[in-house]
Design a protein around this ligand. Structure first.
Ligand code: NAD
Length: 277
C-alpha cells in the first residue's frame, strides 16, 4: 500500500487505475451556486476526486464547478452512481448516458451501483459493458454487504473495483473491510464525519487536542491510514480546505486501535439489509 503523504495520493485499484484516496462528497450540496463553488474551491485547493450521484440532483452543478476550476478534466477522478429505479440492463446504460450529459463529460472515472437491489446482477452486466467500451475507467458498488457481494460475483465477469460504504468509528465493520480487500475490492467511506455527529465525541476531542489537529482531520487521517478512501462533504470553503490538511502528522498504532475500538454497529444512514427505497 502507498504511504499516505499528500492530498493527491492514490490507492491503486485492481485494474491498475489510480484512485485519489481523498475526495469531496457532494450529497446535499444544492445544485447551482452551492455545489459549483464547493467543487471549484475543492479542485483549486488540491482535491482531485469528486463524488456525486444521479439522485443528488446536482450533477450539472458538479460539471460546471469542474469547468470553472483551474484543473483539467483529465486530472480529476469523477464518480457517479446509478440510482435504484434505473437498475436493470438497458435502464443502466441510459442512466449512465444521462449522467454524462448532465456532468458535461464523455467518460467517468468510476461508476457505482448505489444500493444492492433485485436487479443488481443485470445492472452489473451493463456496468461491465460500459467498462469494456472504455466509457468508464472503473466500476464498483456501494452499500453491498458480504452476502450482496457474493451474490453479485456469481455471474460477474469483472470483480468490482470499489465498495463505497458507511464507515466511521461507530461503524467500522472490519470483517467486511477485510473481506473486500481480500477480493481486491477497494473499500471507501461514506459519511466519514458521521454526518456531523463525530464532533460530539469526547474521544475525538481528546485525540484532536493530543495531535493539535481538528476532529475532522483526525478521523479522515484514520480512514487513510486504514487503507480506506474517504470523501467528506462540506460546501464551506474554509472547511473544504481545512479537512484536507492532514498530511503533516501520523496517528500512532495505539490511537489507531483506540479509534477502531469505538465500533458499536451504529448507522447514521440506511441499513443495506433493510431499506425501502
Ligand atoms: P459526512 O460524514 O461527510 O458529514 C458531512 C457533514 O459534516 C455536513 O453537515 C458538513 O457541513 C459537516 N462538516 C464537514 N466538515 C466539517 C468541519 N470541518 N467542521 C464541522 N462540520 C463539518 O456526511 P455525508 O455527506 O453523508 O457523506 C460524505 C459523502 O459520502 C456524501 O457527500 C456523498 O458523496 C457520499 N455518500 C454516499 C452514500 C451512498 O449511499 N453511497 C450515502 C451517503 C453519502
Amino acid at each position: 500500500m502507498k504511504k499516505i503523504t499528500d492530498l493527491q495520493g492514490t490507492f491503486q485499484l485492481h485494474n491498475g487505475v489510480q484512485m485519489p484516496y481523498f475526495g469531496l462528497g457532494v450529497y446535499l450540496s444544492k445544485d447551482g451556486n452551492e455545489v459549483i463553488s464547493a467543487v471549484k474551491n475543492a479542485l483549486d485547493h488540491g482535491y482531485r476526486h469528486i463524488d456525486t450521484a444521479s439522485i443528488y440532483n446536482n450533477e450539472e452543478g458538479v460539471g460546471e464547478g469542474i469547468k470553472q476550476s483551474n484543473v483539467g478534466r483529465g486530472d480529476i477522478f469523477l464518480v457517479s452512481k446509478v440510482w435504484n429505479t434505473d437498475q436493470g440492463y438497458d435502464t443502466t446504460l441510459r442512466a449512465f448516458d444521462a449522467s454524462l450529459e448532465r456532468l458535461g463529460t464523455d467518460y467517468l472515472d468510476l461508476y457505482l451501483i448505489h444500493w444492492p437491489k433485485e436487479k443488481s446482477r443485470e445492472t452489473w452486466k451493463a456496468m461491465e459493458r460500459l467498462y469494456q467500451e472504455k466509457r468508464v475507467r472503473a466500476i464498483g458498488i456501494s452499500n453491498f454487504l458480504k452476502h450482496h457481494v457474493e451474490d453479485l460475483l456469481v455471474e460477474a465477469d469483472i470483480v468490482p473495483m470499489v465498495n463505497q460504504m458507511e464507515f466511521h468509528p461507530y461503524l467500522v465493520q472490519q470483517e467486511l473491510v477485510d473481506f473486500c480487500h481480500s477480493k481486491g475490492i477497494q473499500y471507501e467511506a461514506w459519511s466519514p464525519l458521521m454526518q456531523g455527529h463525530i464532533f460530539d465525541l469526547d474521544n475525538m476531542k481528546q485525540l484532536a487536542e493530543k495531535y493539535k489537529k481538528s476532529i475532522a482531520q483526525i478521523v479522515l487521517r484514520w480512514d487513510l491510514q486504514k487503507g480506506v478512501v474517504t470523501i467528506p462533504k462540506s460546501s464551506k470553503k474554509d472547511r473544504i480546505i481545512a479537512n484536507a490538511d492532514l498530511f503533516d502528522f501520523e496517528i500512532n498504532n495505539q490511537d489507531m486501535q483506540l479509534l477502531d475500538s469505538l465500533e458499536r454497529g451504529k448507522r447514521f444512514g440506511p441499513d443495506p439489509d433493510n431499506f425501502d427505497f
